[in-house]
Design a protein around this ligand. Structure first.
Ligand code: NAD
Ligand code: TYD
Length: 353
């Protein structure tokens, strides 16, 4: 039996990864380690808790002793590293946690893997999950390639860039079999409602203002979360050691287009008036250092490994809205006091434009 240690498996993408692969791969033991920060919710993986091929340990990856203990206990041959502080706006308000978790936490995982695996790297894999934001901002033209120079704009993307370099350095220096994926914006079930898509879905439902930064012209490439999970597993299984793969949905949309689409789908499914939903849109002061556009050239993973996204933006958005409409208990659970404090801090300071 293979043992895959998943970090951050109670967060958005990690939980989707666990829920997708634990039932599909009964001969693989998945060990989920997560600190359970505000962004990590055990409810998101509750359906796996009694499965024989699933274990959970509450571990902070910044605690090297705890990380070493869990590596020695389970002896994983594969690591899939999701755990991170992941929200750009929070990184602007307080960058330190981003450096600790994203850089120092990654270092502790690499060191624990090196200590466990010693120099026997046969059938081992350290996969690092990263973002396209490390490449910085695009203008109207062009796409990020794996060869695009790093040029991060926010403390979040700078800390992810640091961790990407560290992971690749462990390959070059120690021969560790690493792979890295840099993916565009994900959406789907279990996404914490501080991010654009779930925030807008819930605000439309609750008839609250829809805060669009700047003029809403910034462009993101959107990928449905299980397509990202499949891409990660494809790279873990067949990716070349030491290589980086860009992952994207070939689905560029301006933020205002995304918000209009959400107003339309939520209004249709929840039987609300679409025009009234759109009238909730409120333009607010822009994010400092706001990257204008992200777009991904995913030719490498498509042509070398045969990965393709299955969902379109329209099918993925509909599934996402249906999921949020069907899971009010999950929403109540994640909206703790800390979430409310964050909403007050981030949006009160912005004001309407
Ligand atoms: P998330 O914020 O929803 O979840 C992060 C998880 O990590 C949470 O469960 C949290 O409890 C855990 N965590 C945080 N600090 C920890 C620590 N010190 N020790 C242990 N666990 C800790 O993030 P996400 O959106 O699921 O992103 C997962 C990964 O994918 C991140 O590395 C992110 O950079 C990357 N990524 C995200 C996107 C996206 O659109 N969300 C796109 C590309 C790449
Ligand atoms: P976000 O979901 O925070 O992802 P990222 O910053 O990692 O791309 O934001 C997606 C886009 O939506 C980004 O251009 C910022 C914008 N945005 C808003 O306009 N309003 C909001 O309230 C939020 C959270 C984001």
């Amino acid at each position: 039996m293979k043992t895959v240690l998943v970090t951050g498996g109670c967060g958005f993408i990690g939980a989707n990864f666990i829920n997708h692969f634990v039932p599909q791969m009964p001969d693989t033991h998945f060990v989920n380690i997560d600190k359970l920060t505000y962004a990590g919710n055990p409810l998101s993986v509750a359906q796996q808790q009694n499965e024989p091929n699933y274990s959970f340990e509450q571990v902070d990856i910044c605690d090297s002793d705890a990380v070493n203990r869990v590596f020695q206990k389970y002896a994983p041959d594969t690591v899939v590293h999701f755990a991170a502080e992941s929200h750009v706006d929070r990184s602007i308000h307080g960058p330190a946690d981003f450096v600790f978790t994203n850089v120092v936490g990654t270092l502790h995982l690499l060191e624990a893997a090196r200590a466990l695996w010693k120099n026997d790297f046969s059938d081992k894999k350290f996969h690092h999950v990263s973002t396209d934001e490390v490449y910085g901002s695009l203008g109207d033209e062009g796409k990020f390639m794996e060869s695009t120079p790093y040029d991060p704009s926010s403390p979040y993307s700078a800390s992810k860039a640091g961790s990407d370099h560290l992971v690749r350095a462990y390959h070059r220096t120690y021969g560790m079999p690493v792979t890295v994926t840099n993916c565009s914006n994900n959406y789907g079930p279990y996404q914490f409602p501080e991010k654009l898509i779930p925030l807008m879905i819930l605000n439309v439902l609750e008839r609250k203002p829809l805060p669009v930064y700047g003029k809403g012209e910034n462009v993101r490439d959107w990928l449905y979360v299980t397509d990202h999970c499949d891409a990660i597993m494809t790279v873990v299984a067949n990716g070349k050691t030491g290589e980086t793969y860009n992952v994207g949905g070939n689905c560029e949309r301006s933020n205002i287009h995304v918000v209009h689409t959400i107003c339309e789908i939520v209004s249709e499914l929840a039987k609300l008036n679409t025009e009234e939903s759109k009238s909730l849109i409120t333009y607010v002061t822009d994010r400092p250092g706001h990257d204008f556009r992200y777009a991904i050239d995913a030719t490498k993973i498509q042509s070398e490994l045969g990965w393709q996204p299955k969902e379109t933006f329209e099918t993925g958005m509909r599934k996402t809205v249906e999921w949020y409409l069907g899971h009010p208990e999950w929403i109540t659970d994640v909206r703790s006091g800390k979430y409310r404090e964050w909403i007050d801090q981030n949006y009160a300071a912005r004001g309407e434009k």
